[in-house]
Write a protein of this length. Structure first.
Length: 833
């Protein structure tokens, strides 16, 4: 049913109710404030104090609207996609022509007898990035940042917390535009689980960054902007939440601003307990031999061709975070900002792994249990400084930024193996990591001519990660090091960069072109093996963007960039896990960067209340990271190497649509293809059950291609009595490559909100994974084995949160403003105004 037909139905219904009353024609014309052109498909919503909502009519191609109303006082709300919203009080006593009603894009403008209220969309598209307003999305309340990122268009988070962008996991994370120790030392996926979403203002997704940004991350950049507060006077919000599985937390965001200074802080704590499980079933094409005991226990060796691994996990996290800072305005041209933050995490993980060994008929020979009790303590400290000088000309400025980060992660695990409830082996593993980094950058921007802009900048980033890993076994009451599972590694990664770019507008064309040079100095010192590896290289990363604006509602954009993926610290360690002694992951200190060339064609169009952004993209990567998975006899080993090429291409479509004032839709669809090439003969050591070893050369072929998809649709309803309801469904399509098939998955989230205390308070009930269906199931292939795996790291989660705003920004004029947050934005609006 079309919007116009619905409007006629509403009009007819209203006419029946007012049949006995005299009516008067009310007309008007909605136009663009700057061009004076009529705005088609603008929405005119009519309300009065007694009946509330009456009707919604849509302007025609000339921007005109017409409605019959009985005598009385009314509120007219005029809104259109891409424009500010006008509220106009109207008294109807006779036929009335409201005349020309201009809509503008400015945030707050005063007009005679009208008030324009700026509305912050949850999602909007800018020239070089997509912006998701996490602070105003009820789905994100009371969640970890890892959970909340699932709501961001084009971003996917799997059951293990790994984040991908358009199906590509090589994402570069930044906090406030810079690297940060808050993102963890070697595992950003785990670090994101420890950051509360209440600390985040918005998330910027940059799929094809310009030369201004660092070149890391072939998939693109996810920039996390933390809350600082910017409203005059004393403002803030306090949030408390609790849920099941066990979780409880509280967070406060406060700021005090005068004309000269803005003080801001956020702090809070979070406790959570998550339960997970996994199942791995491995069939061997040739029987394997394993020694199942030792001389003291007296078990014999066995031959088996099937092994099943069942794993249960209970993970507890206790997090505390604190950040404070200030912005000081020396004068209209000079300002500086300083902030510092501290995050503490104390975690405990309990795992039970059941190994079942069987023959070809799945007849079980015996079971073995491995129990792990791991404690983790993590400290993160950040300090930021910024100085900005603005010259006389608008847009002409110079800024200096500095960030110092320190992170410390200590993990200690007690590992025990049991057979028939009797302990047969006790081991211990520990990992101690220290991370230090200093980043200093300077940026200069100068307008040239009427629309041109020249940019120049430099940056230095110095990082040092020290890792000590130990695995020991208790033999005759003495702790003895396990050969090969001990390492002490220093990883120095220094990157020095300079960039320049220029942009201008000629007619309807806007272009940016630039180049970035990065000098990388990498040193890896293995103190255990007394080995040092040093790598130095200079890379050039050009970028270009060309934009054509057909009109104010239609734009076409073509962009190109070259990117790099440097190995993370855990890729470089000889061994970096021993929690599962049947599946060992190794590092590779000789691994090199991966390079990617990316091109993207985007179209942005507004059709009435529909904004749609299709993107066609292509990426080609060389020296791609591959994981070699092979059966090393007594356990499986996994080793990262550089091998071959990968081509990725796809269509990424994002849309927002508001058919009615009370209903918003936002969706994203990503259909992508891939073509992998790479083959290697690799020689590894095979260990027999009796301890003997011999070399095995195996061919690994990664050639493969396929098509996969991801889709997300969220529907936001504004209900009577200040209630709101949101549903979000996600579909992850099947993925297939040369060595692995990943099954499709469907899941759904739901959220219910209720505003109280005249908009100062909000209750939010979130249910994540409503049908408890979110899991990862896949099949892996080797030359002599086949593995079927299913993993679920989280069960269904239900969370209730309450947010109280210490000061409302504006007096409430109507129900729509009940949803204003402490930053003046709308929590339930999805369409740009």
């Amino acid at each position: 049913m079309s919007i116009k037909n619905l409007s006629w139905i509403i009009l007819s219904f209203f006419a029946i109710n007012v049949m006995a009353q005299d009516t008067f024609k009310v007309t008007g014309k909605v136009t663009n404030n700057s061009t004076q052109k009529p705005i088609e498909f603008a929405s005119v919503i009519i309300e009065n104090n007694q009946a509330g909502y009456i009707a919604e009519v849509i302007t025609n191609a000339n921007g005109d609207f017409l409605y019959d109303l009985p005598q009385g006082d009314y509120l007219f709300v005029i809104e259109a996609l891409g424009y500010s919203t006008i509220e106009k009080q109207v008294r109807v006593t006779e036929t009335l022509n409201l005349g020309n009603i201009p809509l503008a894009a400015e945030e707050v403008i005063s007009l005679q007898a009208a008030t324009i209220v700026a509305e912050k969309p949850i999602y909007k598209v800018e020239l070089d990035k997509k912006v998701y307003d996490m602070a105003n999305d009820p789905m994100s309340q009371g969640q970890s940042l890892s959970d909340a990122l699932q709501n961001v268009p084009s971003v996917q988070v799997d059951t293990e917390g790994n984040v991908s962008l358009r199906g590509n996991e090589n994402v570069k994370f930044l906090i406030d535009g810079k690297p940060s120790g808050m993102l963890g030392i070697s595992n950003p996926a785990e670090a994101l689980k420890n950051i509360p979403s209440e600390n985040v203002e918005r998330v910027e997704v940059i799929t094809n960054p310009s030369s201004r940004y660092e070149a890391s991350g072939s998939a693109g950049i996810i920039n996390i902007i933390l809350k600082k507060g910017s409203n005059n006077g004393f403002n803030g919000s306090i949030t408390a939440n609790a849920g099941t599985p066990e979780s409880v937390g509280a967070n406060a965001n406060l700021n005090y601003r005068t004309n000269k200074i803005n003080l801001f802080t956020n702090f809070g704590f979070r406790y959570s307990k998550r339960e997970g499980e996994s199942s791995v079933k491995t069939t061997f094409y040739n029987p394997r031999e394993e020694r199942i005991g030792n001389d003291e226990v007296g078990y014999d060796d066995i031959l088996y061709s099937y092994r099943e691994t069942q794993r249960n996990n209970d993970r507890i996290r206790r997090n505390f975070n604190f950040r404070a800072g200030f912005e000081y305005y020396l004068d209209p041209k000079n300002s500086f900002t300083f902030s510092a933050g501290y995050r503490f995490n104390n975690g405990n993980s309990l795992s039970n792994i059941l190994y079942t060994y069987a023959n070809d008929d799945k007849f079980s020979f015996y079971d073995q249990v491995r129990k792990q009790n791991e404690d983790e303590i993590e400290h993160n400290i950040d300090a930021d400084f910024n100085y900005t000088h603005k010259f006389d000309n608008k847009g002409h400025e110079f800024s200096v930024n500095a960030r110092m980060s320190y992170a410390k992660e200590d993990e200690e695990a007690d590992l025990r193996n049991f057979r028939n409830s009797r302990q047969i082996r006790q081991e211990a593993a520990s990992s101690y990591e220290n991370y230090k980094s200093v980043t200093i950058s300077a940026d200069y921007v100068k307008p040239i001519g009427e629309k041109g802009k020249f940019e120049l900048g430099a940056r230095g980033n110095i990082e040092n990660t020290t890792t000590t890993f130990r695995a020991t076994r208790l033999i005759d009451n003495l702790w003895t090091q396990i050969p090969g599972f001990n390492a002490e590694v220093d990883n120095f990664q220094n990157v020095y960069a300079a960039y320049t770019q220029y942009g201008n507008t000629i007619g309807k064309f806007t272009y940016f072109a630039g180049v970035r040079m990065e000098y990388s100095d990498m040193t890896i010192k293995d103190e255990t093996l007394k080995k040092t590896i040093n790598k130095e290289y200079v890379d050039w990363f050009p970028s270009a963007t060309l934009n054509y604006e057909f009109n104010d509602k239609n734009q076409l954009q073509l962009s190109y960039s070259r990117r790099i993926r440097r190995p993370m610290s855990f890729f470089l360690l000889p061994y970096f896990t021993y929690s599962d002694d049947q599946n060992i992951r190794k590092g590779n200190p000789d691994i090199n960067p991966t390079y990617t060339n990316a091109i993207e064609l985007s179209y942005i169009t507004n059709i009435g209340k529909l904004m749609i952004t299709p993107n066609i993209y292509y990426q080609r990567s060389t020296d791609v990271y591959r994981n070699l998975n092979y059966n090393a006899g007594q356990y499986f080993e996994s080793l990262p190497i550089n091998l071959g090429t990968q081509d990725r291409y796809g269509l990424d479509l994002t849309f927002t649509y508001r058919p009615f004032r009370w209903w918003n839709l936002m969706g994203s669809i990503n259909v992508f293809g891939y073509d992998d090439k790479g083959e290697i003969d690799y020689t590894y050591t095979y260990r027999e059950a009796d301890g003997s070893e011999h070399n095995v050369t195996e061919n690994f072929n990664f050639k493969g291609d396929g098509i996969s998809s991801f889709a997300r649709l969220s529907s936001n309803f504004k209900l009577p009595a200040d209630f709101g309801f949101q549903l979000a469904g996600m579909y992850r399509g099947k993925t297939k490559n040369a060595r692995q098939d990943v099954n499709a998955n469907i899941s759904m989230d739901a959220s219910l909100t209720k505003d109280i205390l005249k908009g100062r308070g909000t209750f939010t009930l979130n249910v994540r994974d409503v049908f408890d269906s979110r899991k990862r199931a896949f099949t892996s292939y080797g030359n002599d084995f086949l593995t079927e795996s299913e993993m679920r790291w989280n069960t269904r989660m239900i969370n209730l949160s309450f947010t109280y705003r210490l000061k409302a920004n504006q007096p409430k004029q109507r129900d729509r403003q009940n949803n204003m947050d402490d930053n003046g934005g709308m929590r339930d609006e999805m369409m740009p105004e």
